[in-house]
Ligand binder design. Structure first.
Ligand SMILES: [Mn+2]
Length: 318
């Protein structure tokens, strides 16, 4: 039995499905596992039964953990597109275009890396890229060719449907999605009832939460409680669709933890988010992000301490 461990998003699910299809053609049995949603670590307790066989790890930026666990496994195929350190172990096949320096190919998603490595391209290769890049994926001619009959809007909808599993925090749904995308045509996938219901539930949840938006201060604030992983969808809506410049959103009870999320209009140059991320990390918080977005996951009791770091740095906004 071979095992595929994959990220819970569309890129991870489609990457796993491409590999699963290749294994099936070779007559191999396979199973797939997603880590706990939101937790970037391998689900070790579920891996012991694969020690004697090959495992594939895709679209998960976990080089340290893979290096540490490698001696327990026969062989690990580690296939990814995130910048990461090279693993030099005889039983690890490390496939990542970023490791090749100047010779690196432009492979924007894990699905593209998998397709390039196994020389197997299909609509799943394109869907993974659309999942990670959004509209920018259509700048790659190859993605358009691979969509074979699917319009761009249908492809975007399909990515939302596949991603809906992790947004509603359905880990079983994420794992089941690998088989579904492998066995069904894109048109059939668009009709999957459970996924369409997920999207309805998500949009109802977004509507419920967005009514709590307070936009009277120099920046918008949004405080809510939700078990769904909707905070980034909501923040994007507030900045991109509603036209606000800064939103600070706090999900005070996200399955027992808290999420704090800051998103700004990228044209707002005077707010240095990278500096806020660094400061939070220096204070020992689990923070990440980019120049226009910051996310923190913390214990419920730590929300005030995180806001005590973030809020003073937001004062530059008037
Ligand atoms: Mn990816």
């Amino acid at each position: 039995m071979k095992c595929i461990i994959h990220h819970w998003d569309t890129d991870g699910i489609c990457s796993a499905a491409i590999i699963a299809g290749i294994l099936e053609e070779k007559g191999e049995m396979w199973e797939n596992i997603s880590p706990e949603i939101g937790e970037f670590k391998l689900p070790r307790n579920r891996l012991t039964r694969y020690h004697a066989s090959d495992i594939h790890v895709v679209d998960l930026n976990l080089p340290e953990e893979i290096e540490m666990l490698a001696p327990s496994f026969k062989r690990i195929f580690f296939i990814d597109h995130h910048p990461q350190k090279k693993i030099n172990l005889s039983n690890v096949v490390h496939v990542n275009p970023n490791l090749n320096g100047n010779h690196s190919k432009d492979l924007p998603s894990a699905t593209w890396v998998v397709s390039d490595y196994f020389n197997r391209w299909n609509h799943l290769s394109a869907l993974g890229a659309i999942g990670d890049l959004g509209l920018k994926a259509f700048n790659y001619e190859r993605n358009l060719e691979l969509l074979a009959g699917l319009t761009q809007n249908q492809a975007l909808r399909l990515v939302k449907l596949i991603d809906s599993n992790y947004i509603v925090m359905d880990r079983g749904g994420v794992e089941e999605a690998v088989t579904l995308v492998l066995k069904n045509s894109p048109q059939e996938l668009l009709e999957i009832k459970k996924w369409n219901r997920n999207l309805e539930r998500i949009s109802e949840e977004v509507e419920r939460i967005i009514t709590k938006l307070k936009s009277d201060s120099p920046y918008c604030e949004l405080h809510f409680e939700s078990d769904m992983n909707v905070i980034s969808i909501i923040a994007r809506k507030i900045i991109w669709e509603m036209g606000h410049n800064v939103v600070l959103a706090v999900n005070h009870d996200f399955n027992g933890k808290s999420q704090i999320y800051l998103r700004i209009n990228p044209n707002l140059k005077k707010l240095d988010i990278i500096r806020i991320i660094t400061k939070l990390k220096d204070n020992g918080f689990n923070a990440g992000g980019k120049k226009d977005v910051l996310g923190v996951i913390c214990n419920k009791n730590d929300v005030e301490s995180v806001l005590a770091v973030v809020e003073p740095l937001l004062r530059v906004v008037k």
